[in-house]
Structure formats: structure tokens, C-alpha cells
Design a protein around this ligand. Structure first.
Ligand code: ADP
Ligand code: ZN
Ligand code: ZN
Length: 751
């Protein structure tokens, strides 16, 4: 290149601000010409400061007169994969974030300045037989040295970390050095990311050569076709225990063998020690784990192992979708319907969409699985955008547990005002007297806002939006949090005239208290976000229950999955109504998913399982379908409703949230924003206005900010992404600093 030809870089400055959410051009000084690439982290002068920035494009022409110069590269230099520059751009447009926020998702975790940790390893310098022989020879004279050799014998050349050997043998360093001096062992410091993973040597080998069930075989044939062509994107709908995990693992093994890499995504809550162990064992050495409970140091080291190509099988929760894997051959997304795959804060991305993007980028197979697929995915499968694979039978033809519904209105009429029905009480007594375990499940902790008639089960609903009305105390009224509809609180039930119209709320603590009162001799444990919050307590509760230190486990949805206890023969659902009446159009779907999952828990072992669901709404299709394990029946009904009300998957949604410490300002902002947007957005279904609201959000006030929602339903919203973005970004610059506006594309929670 001739010296005179100049090169410029467009960069995104590392500042989270709408005003700065666009590339700025800088001149690349000649001494940096060779090193600045697409994705490079650079330091630039910005306003009067030095700022980190990311190169998003290289150009030969200046966009302005005399642009400023890039100052330097940071120390140590860092560059993002080109894939991540494209991905972050796409993500920021699709999910209405600033580009820099999307770039942050792709960066190595904090702690990147940590020194690489080294682990001291001891390797034997003789074969196993010789080790044993020397060990017995040293037994009398040098018992510690003898012990060290004895522990090394079973692992052989894999060696052991000194820290572990020291604890196991109670030796001091002198003993080790003495062995080294004799030339029996060598001591080596190994960087953490190069470590062989422990596990394989000490744990039993997995049952490798399972022969597939007929349904697994059929699904596998389709997946194999995906390896050699298309379609490559699958939705695996398989009941709990149908052998989905085995299919994932078979596919993963095949991809690793081809020299490509595997990304395995699960909801955070599924990352139990049991599952982590299982995968670590199966993919020893190539395995890496990414999730939020890791310390920053651990996270960083796992990340490095992936980036360096050492780890080729990544297991992780939501954010692991940004793992720096190259040459991805397979992305698995288990429990694809789970809410936690959607991030609640900016960037409000859905893991499924990001995973699909990456799968396409790498021409990889994408395998999504669930016993209760999301309606969105199911609909895609119906439209042939995803290949549907079905497994309707459990392995070994074991039956799904029998589910009994208890009508709590009836209990109420029979003067039973307690939280347990007589049927559940009797079942608990039976189970405990046989020495078996039981789980009591209370859907999420109450969003105690709806009015329920305890005699007939009636719940007050919005006549326009088919969501429950929320109760407000002062002044007393009921309100719809989608469209803003308001009405007075009826004195008696509009359906049966009963006076027992009550605000419904019940927590796990209360259940625990009642349980202890009824069965004082029985061990009871509770697992919810209060008790399982701290690091390690989740695992502790889980292990204690597994070791049968308690007979009863009470919990929220935390216990609905990931747990696999052979001695649990009874599962009781205290109140199926709680999720059913969340003010959310997905309430029915959520309820069906939760109940199905809970019902799938019982009877995974050899003993038959029994499930009892208590409800005031036994006629509801979500509850009825869950009780007979009938997913198709549920989807038929739910799709009809979604279509009638123009909710996803028949529309796409944009949720605008305006908040301010001043209620009036929040409301006015939402109204004003609607005026500005409505001229750009097409009407919704059949020409009707696509907007709902503005109305106060169901969670009307969070951290002293009043919140107003504005909801838009339409088609093909990507087309309007740019104009929506421009309008909102411009609007935020004009409203007061105290007013915040967020945009959520296809939100999963509208609270
Ligand atoms: P899912 O993921 O659908 O809930 P899993 O893959 O965990 O189901 O399988 C359920 C149980 O059946 C597991 O214990 C698994 O090891 C076992 N299993 C799966 N496939 C087979 C098979 N082909 N033959 C025998 N056992 C199997
Ligand atoms: Zn009633
Ligand atoms: Zn409404």
C-alpha cells in the first residue's frame, strides 16, 4: 500500500447512550495499520476523554474532514471474532438495544486481567503395577510416600493435582519431594485451561451402547439427514422420559467426532450438580461449563478454554449462547419453552433467536427439545419452518403418572377451609407411612392480585383482552393492565352470587407452616428463591432430599424440573390457579407447562407415581390437558384463542415501557410516544389499531418509578425496526431525563 493512502475505521464507542449509538469514524495512524482489524478493541479520543471502542468497519474514504486518530490498542490487545461483530449488529436491531450493549454480550467475562491460574500436578513415572509394588515396599519405612503412590496407581498417567493428593493422603511436601528425588514422580505446573478434567477416572463409565427405542430411531434418522443436507433445524417434542437427552448426546458425539464443536443450552435451573457431572463425565477433557453461579475467575477460565479450542463441548445457560466456539456443528436447546431463555434487561434478546442465527452462520444443526414446546416453536413446525420430531412414549413404555384433579370449590362447600384437600391429606399420610417421599408444589410465589370466588372459582377478567383484572386497594377497583379498562369491585360473585370473593395469595412459607403443624414428626424442607438464593444452598437442599434427610420438599417452580428422585411417589400441586390468573396472555400456556413438568416428576423410578392437582378452575383447558398429558389438545385450544385475540404466534409484539418517578409524566410519555409511533406503524389485524394502552403496568411501581405500558401487535415488525428505533431514540432525547423508555420485542413477561 502506498504511504499516502489512508485507512479509516468506523467504531462503536463504549458508552451506553442513545445519542452515541452509532459508528464514529477515526483515522488509523500508520503504525497501527497492520494491527487494527474488524472487531479490534481500540482506544480513541472521544469528547475530552479517552474511550474504549470497537471497530465495526474499515473504510478508505473519510466521512468527515480530518477525522481524529485512533490513539492505541489496549494492553493486552483484544479482538472480537468477526462473527460477533455481525451478530451484535443483528441483535441490537432485532431486540432494540444499543449496539454497544450487544457487543458487551460477546466480550470475555470480567476478570480478563486475572493472571492465568496454574495447578500443580503430580504424574507417576512408572506404570500402575510398578506403582503398587513400590507402594507396598515403602509402606513401613515411608507410609506417606506409600500412600501417594497408592493413590496414583488407579489414575496412572493422568496424574492428580497435588492439592488433592495432599488432602487425601495427609502428606507434607517433603514426602512428595522425596518421591520426586527418587525419580518415581514428576511435578508439573499446568495452566488451568489446559487441565484434563477430573471425573473419568473415578466415576463409572456411561452406558455407551444403548440401543434406541423405535421412536428414538425414527427421530435419529431425521437428524442424520440433517447432517448431510437440510432441514437442519428441529423441534423435538418428546414427553418426559422419552429419551431426548440420549438423542442430544448421540448427536453431540457425532459432531465432536467430525471435529466440529457443540453448544448445549439448558435453563439455569437445570444445571444441577447431577447434570453437570453427567456431561463432564461423558465429554471429559473437552467439556466447559458457563453459567452465572461460577465465580468471575472460573468463568473467565472456562471462557478461555473455549476460545483456545481446548473445550469443544459447552454446556451452559442463557448467556452461553455467546460462547466463543468456532466451527459449531450442533446447537442443542433443551426445554426450549422456558422463560429464562429471554433476558429481561437490555439487550432483551431471546436465546432461541440468537442460537438460530449462530446455527445458520455456521451451517450447524439446531436441535430444540421440550415436553411442552412453546406455541411459537410449535407453530413454526406446523408451518414447516422447523422439522418436527415426536416422541410420545416413555422409554420402556413406562406409563405417565396418574393425575387427579381436586375441585377446591367443592372442598370449600364441604366446610374444608384449609389449604389441603381431604384427598391430598390422605395421600400424604399414606405416602409418609410407607416411608416414601413427596413433593408439594406451589406455582410461583403469588402475584396476589386477582379476585377469586371460593365457591365457584370465578375470576374477574377484562372483557377486551382475556387477561385477569388486577385488584387495587386505594381507591378500591379492578383494572386491566393491557388496555387500561377499569371497573368497581363487585360485592358478590357475578356468576354465583357468593360473598366469598377473595384476593388470592398463598406462599410456600405458609404451606411449610401448615405442614409442620399437621405432621410434626416428619422432616420438611422448603426450596424457593428465599432458601436457595445463596451459592451452594440449592445443591445442599437437593442433596439432603436425595439422601432422604427429609420426606417432604415444598417449593416453587424451582423444583419442577431437573430433579429426579426415585423415592418420590406423590406430587401435590397446592393451587394450580396462581399462574393461571397472572395478568398475561401466556398464563394458560405457562400453567400447562408447569403442571406437565410437575406431573412428569413423579414416578421416574420403579415405583408408580401419583399426582394430585388442587384447583378452583378444574374446567380450564390448560389444567384439563395437563392432567391427561395431552399437549396436542392444549395447543389446539390455545392456538384458537391466540388467533382470535391476535396474540403471538399470530402476531409479533412490541412492548414499550415508560417509567418515571412522577406518575403523570410516565403516563404522558406513554401517550405521547403512542402518537409519534402510530403514524409509522400499520394497523393490526383487520385494520384494527395495533396498539393496546397505554395503561399502568401490572407491576405499577418498581423502585419508586411509575410504569406505563404500551403494547403493539403487528406482523413482520423487523420491517419497521429502523423507524421504531429512530422514533424512540429521538423521543428519549426530548423527554426529561427522569423518564425512561424501553422497548421489548416479543416479551415473554408483560408485568
Ligand atoms: P428425557 O430427556 O426425554 O426426559 P432421557 O433421555 O433422560 O429422557 O431418558 C430417560 C431415561 O431413559 C434415562 O434414564 C435414560 O438413560 C434412559 N434411556 C434413554 N434412552 C434409552 C434407551 N434407548 N434404552 C434404554 N434406556 C434409555
Ligand atoms: Zn362464584
Ligand atoms: Zn383489557
Amino acid at each position: 500500500m502506498p504511504e499516502t493512502e489512508k485507512l479509516y475505521a468506523q467504531v462503536i464507542v463504549d458508552l451506553v447512550s442513545n445519542a452515541v449509538d452509532r459508528p464514529f469514524q477515526y483515522l488509523i495512524p500508520s503504525h497501527l495499520r497492520q494491527v487494527v482489524k474488524l472487531g479490534s478493541q481500540v482506544v480513541v479520543p472521544f469528547r475530552s476523554q479517552k474511550k474504549t471502542a470497537y471497530v465495526v468497519a474499515l473504510e478508505k474514504e473519510p466521512a468527515v474532514e480530518n477525522p481524529r486518530e485512533i490513539l492505541a490498542l489496549p494492553e493486552p490487545p483484544y479482538s472480537l471474532l468477526p462473527e460477533f461483530m455481525e451478530l451484535s449488529y443483528w441483535l441490537s436491531r432485532r431486540f432494540f438495544s444499543r449496539w454497544i450493549e450487544a457487543i458487551h454480550l460477546c466480550l470475555p467475562p470480567a476478570g480478563k486481567r486475572l493472571k492465568t491460574k496454574e495447578v500443580e500436578y503430580v504424574f507417576p513415572l512408572m506404570d500402575r503395577e510398578k506403582l503398587r509394588e513400590m507402594s507396598s515396599r515403602l509402606k513401613k519405612k515411608a507410609p506417606r510416600q506409600s500412600l501417594i503412590l497408592e493413590h496414583l496407581a488407579p489414575v496412572g498417567e493422568k496424574g492428580l493435582p497435588w492439592a488433592k493428593l495432599r488432602i487425601k493422603t495427609g502428606s507434607r511436601r517433603e514426602s512428595l519431594l522425596s518421591l520426586e528425588g527418587k525419580g518415581y514422580v514428576k511435578i508439573e505446573k499446568i495452566p488451568y485451561e489446559k487441565l484434563p478434567r477430573q471425573g473419568a477416572a473415578t466415576l463409572p463409565k456411561n452406558k455407551g451402547g444403548l440401543s434406541f427405542s423405535a421412536q428414538q430411531k425414527k427421530a435419529w434418522q431425521e437428524i442424520e439427514k440433517g447432517f448431510s443436507g437440510s432441514p437442519k433445524h428441529f423441534l423435538l417434542y418428546g414427553v418426559t422420559g422419552s429419551g431426548k437427552t440420549e438423542l442430544y448426546l448421540r448427536a453431540a458425539a457425532k459432531v465432536l467426532k467430525q471435529g466440529r464443536t457443540v453448544l448445549f443450552l439448558v435453563p439455569e435451573i437445570m444445571l444441577t450438580p447431577q447434570i453437570i457431572d453427567h456431561f463432564n463425565r461423558r465429554f471429559t477433557g473437552q467439556f466447559a461449563l458457563l453459567h452465572s453461579k461460577l465465580t468471575p475467575g472460573e468463568r473467565f477460565r472456562e471462557w478461555k478454554r473455549i476460545e483456545s479450542g481446548q473445550a469443544r463441548f459447552v454446556l451452559g445457560a442463557r448467556s452461553a449462547v455467546f460462547a466463543p466456539l468456532k466451527n459449531i456443528g450442533l446447537i442443542i436447546m433443551d426445554e426450549e419453552h422456558e422463560n429464562t431463555y429471554k433476558q429481561d434487561d437490555a439487550p432483551r434478546y431471546h436465546t432461541r433467536d440468537v442460537a438460530k442465527w449462530r446455527a445458520e452462520y455456521h451451517d450447524a444443526i439446531m436441535l430444540m427439545g421440550s415436553a411442552t414446546p412453546s406455541l411459537e416453536s410449535y407453530w413454526e413446525a406446523r408451518k414447516q419452518k422447523l422439522k418436527l420430531l415426536q416422541m410420545t412414549k416413555r422409554i420402556g413404555n413406562r406409563s405417565l403418572p396418574a393425575v387427579q384433579l381436586v375441585d377446591m370449590r367443592h372442598e370449600f362447600k364441604q366446610k374444608n377451609r384449609g389449604i389441603f384437600s381431604r384427598l391430598l391429606l390422605r395421600a400424604m399420610e399414606d405416602t409418609l407411612s410407607r416411608g416414601e417421599q413427596l413433593i408439594l408444589f406451589l406455582n410461583r410465589r403469588g402475584f396476589a392480585g386477582f379476585q377469586l370466588c371460593r365457591e365457584c372459582g370465578w375470576v374477574m377478567q377484562c372483557p377486551h383482552c382475556a387477561v385477569s383484572l388486577t385488584y387495587h386497594a386505594s381507591p378500591e377497583h379492578l383494572q386491566c393492565h393491557y388496555c387500561g379498562y377499569k371497573q368497581a369491585v363487585p360485592q358478590s360473585c357475578p356468576r354465583c352470587r357468593s360473598m366469598y370473593l377473595r384476593n388470592f395469595g398463598l406462599g410456600t412459607q405458609r404451606v411449610e407452616k401448615v405442614m409442620r403443624g399437621l405432621f410434626p414428626q416428619v422432616g420438611v424442607m422448603r426450596m424457593d428463591s428465599d432458601t436457595a438464593g445463596r451459592k451452594g444452598s440449592y445443591e445442599r437442599i437437593w442433596r439432603n432430599f436425595e439422601e432422604k434427610k427429609a420426606s417432604v420438599l415444598i417449593g416453587t417452580q424451582m423444583i419442577a424440573k431437573g430433579l429426579d428422585f426415585p423415592d418420590v411417589t406423590l406430587v401435590g400441586v397446592i393451587a394450580a390457579d396462581i399462574t393461571l390468573h397472572l395478568p398475561d396472555f401466556r398464563a394458560g400456556e405457562r400453567t400447562f407447562q408447569l403442571l406437565s413438568q410437575v406431573a412428569g416428576r413423579a414416578g421416574r423410578g420403579d415405583k408408580a407415581g401419583r399426582v394430585i392437582i388442587q384447583t378452583y378452575t378444574p374446567w380450564h383447558y390448560s389444567i384439563q390437558a395437563a392432567a391427561v398429558h395431552n399437549y396436542p389438545k392444549f395447543t389446539r385450544e390455545e392456538l384458537k384463542r391466540r388467533q382470535a385475540l391476535f396474540y403471538p404466534p399470530f402476531s409479533e409484539i412490541l412492548l414499550f415501557n415508560c417509567s418515571s418517578p412522577c406518575e403523570q409524566e410516565a403516563r404522558q410519555a406513554a401517550e405521547e410516544l403512542k402518537k409519534r409511533l402510530i403514524v409509522h406503524l400499520p394497523p393490526g389485524k383487520e385494520g384494527a389499531e395495533g396498539f393496546l394502552g397505554p395503561s399502568p403496568a401490572p407491576l405499577q411501581r418498581i423502585e419508586d418509578r411509575f410504569r406505563y405500558h404500551l403494547l403493539y401487535r403487528g406482523f413482520d415488525l423487523q420491517k419497521y425496526g429502523a423507524i421504531v428505533r429512530e422514533t424512540v431514540w429521538d423521543f428519549t432525547r426530548r423527554v426529561g431525563e427522569d423518564t425512561w423508555v424501553t422497548v421489548d420485542f416479543n416479551p415473554l413477561k408483560v408485568l
